[in-house]
Design a protein around this ligand. Sequence first.
Ligand SMILES: Cc1ncc(COP(=O)(O)O)c(C=O)c1O
Length: 383
Amino acid sequence: MRNVPFARPIIGAEEKQAVAKVLEGDTLVHGPVAKEFEKKFAQYTKAPHAISVSSCTAGLHLAYFYLGIKPGDEVIVPAQTHVATVHAVELCGGKPIFVDAEINTGNIDISQIEKAITPKTKALSVVHYLGMPVDMPKVMAIAKKHNLFVVEDCALAIGTKYDGIHAGLFGDVGTFSFYPVKHITTAEGGMMILKDDAMAKKLTFQKAFGVDRTPSERVVPGVYDVIMLGFNYRMNEIEAALGIEQLKRIDGFLKTRKRNYEALEKHLKEVDEVQLFQSSHGPFESSYYCLSVILKGNLSKKRTQVLTSLKELGVGSSVYYPQAVHQFSYYKNKYHYADNAFPVASLISDTSVALPVGPHLNEEDVNYVADSLKQVIQKLKRG
Ligand SMILES: Cc1ncc(COP(=O)(O)O)c(C=O)c1O
C-alpha cells in the first residue's frame, strides 16, 4: 500500500550542514543568522521589514500588543481559522468579534464585516485561508473608512499574492508560520513583515524583553536597560539557519504545490459528491497549501468515515479547522455564541476534508490520493 502523508518537511544536506555550523559556533541566539534570514525573507516578499519570531502565534500576539489592543477593545476576526488568530487578541485582553466565512474560498465574508464594527472596534484581522488571498483592496477600504488596524494572518500564505503583491503587505503587519507542515519549516518559528520603520524598530525590542541592547552591543558585559515591556519571542540561530536553506527552495516547492494542486483539482472536478474551493484566478494567487473539498449531500454526514477510510488506504488528510473558533469550549464558555451563529464557518469545519498537495507528492501520489477519495466515496455511498 502507498503511504502519502498529509505533509512532510523536506530537509536536505544543506539544512543539516547549516544547523551543524551554528552548533559548532558559540552563538545560538541574538546572532547574525536570524538577521540574515530576516533579510532574505524581506527580499523574497519585497517587504520593507521582516522580523523573525518564535512562532506565528507569537508574532500575532506581538502585533496586537504593539498596536495597543487592550481590555474593552474589539477586534474583528474570522470564525473560520486556527485558534491562534483569535487567541492573539484574547491574550491582549481584546474581545474577538467573529465574522462568518464565505463558501467559495473559506476566507472572511467581507460583505459582513461592516455590520460587526462598533465604536469599540480597533482592528480587523484576516486570514488567507489555506493560502488563498483575501480580497485585500476591499478589506483595506473598510479599514480606512473606520480607521482600523489590519493584521494579516499569513500562516499558510508564503507565495500568496494579490495583484503581484505578497500577502502581509496590505495591512499593518503580516505574520507567517514555519511549523513543520507549512510551506517551509524552521521546526517552530515565524516571521512578521511590515512597512513602518518605527514599528519595526519597536517590535525588535518588544520581542526581546524590551531590553535596549543585544549581548554584542553591550559595552560593559552583562549591563543593559529595559526600556519597554516585552516578551521572549525571538527566533534562535538554529531555526534561522534552517529557514535560510528552506527559503532557497521556496520557488521549487511552490511550483510543485501548484502542479499537484492543479492535477488533483482536475481529478476531483469530475466528482459530484464534493465541492472544491476557488483557487488562483485573476489577481488572486494562492500558495496552494492543500486542496480542501466540502462533502456534499449524504456524504457530508460521513466525514469521519471519509477521514478514517483515507487513513486506512495510506492517504494522510486533515481538517482546516476542526471547529469554527466560536464553537471551541473556551470561546463557547466565554462568549456564549450559538453553535449556528456562523453557519458557513461551521459547515466548512464539519464537512471538509483537506488533501495533500505538498512537494513530497509525485504525480503517482496525486493520482493515488484522487483514486483513494473516489474509492472511499463509492464505498460510503453503498454503505
Ligand atoms: C491560520 C493560522 N494562524 C496561526 C497558526 C499558528 O502558527 P504557529 O504554530 O507558527 O504559531 C496556524 C497554524 O497552523 C494557522 O493555521
